[in-house]
Design a binder for this molecule. Structure first.
Ligand code: TTP
Length: 358
């Protein structure tokens, strides 16, 4: 196969996830205790791509610290600056020198998909395409870039259509040849002021380029909004394998897949109903019940609490005496008990370094 490069997008405004990230980069939010951006990086690497550029926007804190020059991940990383996020096609435009004459895979860093990108890369080669687009049917096509097909061929690409004629959404994985650089220079900003990748692909279509539209196999999740993170967490945890590296006392009962990191201790009465992942150096118990689809980050302390279908990020202390469900708790937050009585359960979206008494 010919050499292919990777473009991993970690820029953008991240406005919709701002309540959770505080001043940080949204692509570092954890899904099953792993920063979201690493899923994309690993997919590119597993497709045999070693030369990868990471696009950084105005909110870049922590990305270089996590990825470095890529040596820890067995890839070679370059950083491209996009201080003003003018759209995905704009991010492609600034990658021209990095890409050179090679083809390249663009991966939107806030997208998760089960199957990875190898097949898309292979299709690009085998069919001698100018562009391969991953797609999947969705219930709410007006939230995405979509493709209209006729007789198995793409006939139009529209960004967030008001009245969608199709339910096929672009999944944030694109393989391009060099002709995309001509296309991105042809387009004008859209009504929302961005250079839209769908407009660039439309130019390629008009110019008679070979565009292959390929459905992804397995699940796909765009994590633009807070509630998407919980769903992504569920999808990833569904294939978790049990791995107990910490210490569990005799009072701990667990069922289903449970992963417990090094240095973590479960003390007293603790019930763990998998799939659950608990990071390193946590103190869990006594009287803790953790329900399915929950991720607890490193260095957390949980006491007297029942929690289910939630993401608790690193360094949190929770002692609520209550039931917490469907919640996102930002890093280094504290949730404490009060005398308030509740019937069912509390649902939280708590940003970093917050304090809540419930
Ligand atoms: P979006 O989620 O569409 O945009 P955003 O990150 O600005 O979020 P919000 O709408 O909440 O403000 O971006 C999709 C992906 O592309 C995401 O991984 C960020 C990345 N991106 C860039 O790298 N550069 C850009 O100019 C834009 C618009 C997005």
């Amino acid at each position: 196969m010919r050499k292919t490069k990777g473009l991993l997008l970690a820029g953008g405004h991240g406005t919709r996830l701002r309540p959770l990230t505080y001043a940080g980069n949204k692509h570092l939010l954890p899904i099953a205790n792993k920063p979201m951006l690493l899923y994309g990086l690993e997919h590119l690497k597993n497709a045999g791509i070693r030369e990868i550029a990471v696009v950084l926007g105005p909110i870049r804190e922590g990305v270089r610290e996590l990825l470095g020059d890529g040596a820890n991940f067995d890839v070679n990383l370059t950083y491209l600056e996009q201080p003003d996020p003018k759209g995905i096609a704009h991010a492609v435009m600034i990658a021209e020198d990095f890409v050179g004459e090679e083809s390249f895979v663009v991966y939107l860093g806030d997208n998760l998909l089960k199957e990875g990108v190898s097949r898309f890369r292979r299709i690009f080669e085998e069919r001698k395409a100018d562009c391969v687009l991953g797609v999947t049917p969705v219930k709410n096509p007006s939230s995405f870039g979509v493709v209209e097909m006729r007789n198995g061929k793409p006939v139009d690409f529209i960004e967030k259509p008001a009245k969608p004629k199709t339910n096929l959404a672009l999944i944030g994985v694109y393989v391009f040849g060099h002709s995309v650089f001509h296309a991105v220079k042809e387009i004008e900003p859209s009504s929302r002021g961005e250079l839209e990748v769908t407009d660039a692909i439309r130019v390629m279509l008009r110019e008679g380029r070979k565009i292959e539209v390929e459905r992804t196999e397995g699940w796909w999740k765009d994590t633009g909004r807070p509630e998407d993170l919980l769903e992504a967490n569920q999808l990833v945890l569904a294939s978790l394998e049990t791995k107990i590296e910490g210490e569990v006392s005799r009072g701990t009962r667990y069922t289903g897949s449970v992963a417990i990191g090094r240095g973590t201790k479960a003390i007293g009465t603790v019930t763990l109903r998998g799939p659950i992942i608990i990071g390193e150096n946590c103190r869990i118990g006594p009287n803790v019940h953790i329900g399915p689809y929950t991720s607890i980050g490193d260095d957390c302390v949980l006491r007297n609490v029942e929690i289910e279908n939630s993401i608790v990020m690193k360094g949190c202390a929770i002692e609520s005496g209550k039931r917490i469900i469907d919640s996102l708790i930002g890093s280094f937050s504290t949730i404490q008990n009060s005398q308030a009585r509740i019937q069912q359960g509390h649902k939280f979206i708590v940003g970093e370094r917050s304090f809540a008494q419930v």
